[in-house]
Design a protein around this ligand. Structure first.
Ligand SMILES: *Cc1c(COP(=O)(O)O)cnc(C)c1O
Length: 453
């Protein structure tokens, strides 16, 4: 075999952009195959198999080339892959929306299918503005967001990302000023299932949040947050009780509460949706990433009947339509795979059943990550190791040497993509205990090699 990796990387460089990268050398490996939890990387000696600790950025929950998902995709391709959603509908979209409504907590009952997570957040923000306009609060055009959050890369979503790390500075002229609440204190869920956090710090956070909300209430439309786990903004876990406080603040000022569950949804944190750690139901919820089991780009926004009804009877200039409609809205192929993926997650019968297969899978993942990552605590460069559901985070006290560490992990059989000072994993739910052990040994070994014992 010729050096396929070098050849593909040479053709890629200068031609393709990769996420948050310059045109020069944004990729370091080429993938030639993927199956189960394993990626095959081409290299100078042929090929090299690695466990995908990233689950393709939260999305690949059932593993690559799952026979049920492959079959669902093939069957839909043989029926029709796409058709416009304006004026037309189809079974895959309807069945998906019915499943999402049955899975979602509370009475979230109306669904907008978007083509990516960022777009579902855009639609959620638009809906909140249109809602406030329809109820006669046309000044309600800004959002309260948490510092440290991440909600997407489009302009409106960037505006609610962390104001320091969230690319605001680069695009200031086009951005919108939002109001930021401080980050709640950190929390950890111990192995015996209790939440540990500093109550006094949470009380301070509550006081400050209530006062900021009151100060800006007249210009606000809603509050947006990633419940319990902030993802790309820092893999930060905070107390579920903070969500109850945000719910109260929203109700007090008639603001809509928006949960961005794009990363946390579908069982990843150990509850079907992370807001359920606090039994808080938002007015609007966004889902994405794992929705199609990692096969295709699809996201969804759900809202309550109260929100939908206000929009329906609203007599403002926008009429009663929700003003968004992407070309690939409700893509049948993506919807069909999503239906199959949700069936695998929840099993037959009640999607919220305590017996749903994802529960046992994520519980095993949580235990396996605990056992395999905690030894990293002993390394001097490691500041904290935390696990919540199927998410594991090793926080260093120095910025990770990303390229070197990735290389050292790949040499040990694991694909990982750290950022800032964080080596984090969210492996597919189907990972075996053996694979999780390999993952822990590889990451601990790689950190020791690159950042010292
Ligand atoms: C990934 C992510 C998004 C953006 O989703 P895309 O599909 O990448 O546009 C938004 N919010 C959260 C919490 C995410 O993790």
């Amino acid at each position: 075999m010729s050096d396929l990796n070098t050849d593909l990387l040479a053709r890629d460089e200068g031609l393709l952009w990769h996420p948050y990268a310059s045109l020069d050398g944004g990729a370091h490996y080429a993938v030639t195959a993927a199956k189960g939890a394993t990626l095959t990387l081409a290299d100078a000696h042929g090929s090299h198999e690695v466990i995908d600790a990233m689950g393709s950025w939260w999305s690949m929950v059932h593993g690559y080339r799952h026979p049920v998902l492959d079959a669902a995709a093939h069957a839909q391709i043989d029926t029709f892959s796409h058709v416009m959603f304006g004026g037309l509908t189809h079974a895959p979209a309807i069945e998906l929306a019915e499943r999402l409504v049955a899975m979602a907590p509370g009475e979230l009952a109306h669904v907008f299918l978007a083509d990516s997570g960022s777009i579902s957040v855009e639609v959620a923000l638009k809906l909140a503005l249109q809602y406030q306009d329809a109820r006669g609060k046309s000044t309600g055009q800004r959002f309260l967001a948490l510092r440290g959050g991440y909600h997407g890369d489009t302009f409106a979503t960037m505006s609610v990302c962390d104001p320091v790390d969230g690319m605001h500075a680069a695009f200031a002229p086009l951005g919108r000023e939002q109001v930021f609440l401080p980050r709640p204190p950190s929390a950890r869920r111990t192995e015996d299932g209790t939440w540990e956090y500093d109550e006094a710090l949470l009380a301070d956070w509550e006081t400050e949040s209530r006062s900021l909300a009151a100060e800006h209430a007249t210009v606000l439309a809603g509050i947006i947050c990633e419940p319990v786990l902030q993802g790309a903004g820092g893999m930060f876990i905070y107390p579920p009780r903070a969500l109850r406080i945000l719910r109260e603040i929203a109700d007090e000022h008639s603001l809509l509460l928006i949960f961005d569950e794009i990363a946390t949804g579908f069982g990843r944190t150990g509850e079907l949706f992370a807001g359920e750690w606090a039994n808080v139901v938002p007015d609007i919820m966004c889902m994405g990433k794992a929705l199609t089991g990692g096969y295709l780009s699809l996201a969804a926004m759900l809202c309550t009947p109260a929100v939908a009804e206000t929009l329906r009877i609203g007599s403002s200039g926008t009429g009663n339509a929700l003003l968004h409609g992407p070309t690939f809205m409700g893509n049948p192929l993506a919807c069909a795979v999503a239906c199959a993926s949700l069936d695998l997650l929840t099993g037959p019968g009640d999607p919220r059943s305590p017996q749903a297969p994802w529960r046992e899978q994520v519980a095993k993942l949580e235990k396996g990550l605990h056992d395999s990552l905690m030894p990293a605590t002993d390394l001097t460069a490691v500041k904290d190791v935390r696990v919540l559901g199927g998410v594991g985070v090793i926080e260093l006290d120095v910025p990770v040497k990303v390229h070197e560490l990735t290389h050292a992990a790949v040499a040990r059989g694991v694909w990982v993509r750290p950022f800032r000072n964080l080596v984090y994993v969210m492996p597919p739910y189907i990972c075996t205990e053996e694979e999780l052990r390999t993952l822990g040994v590889a990451l601990t070994g790689a950190i020791e090699e690159i950042h010292g014992a």
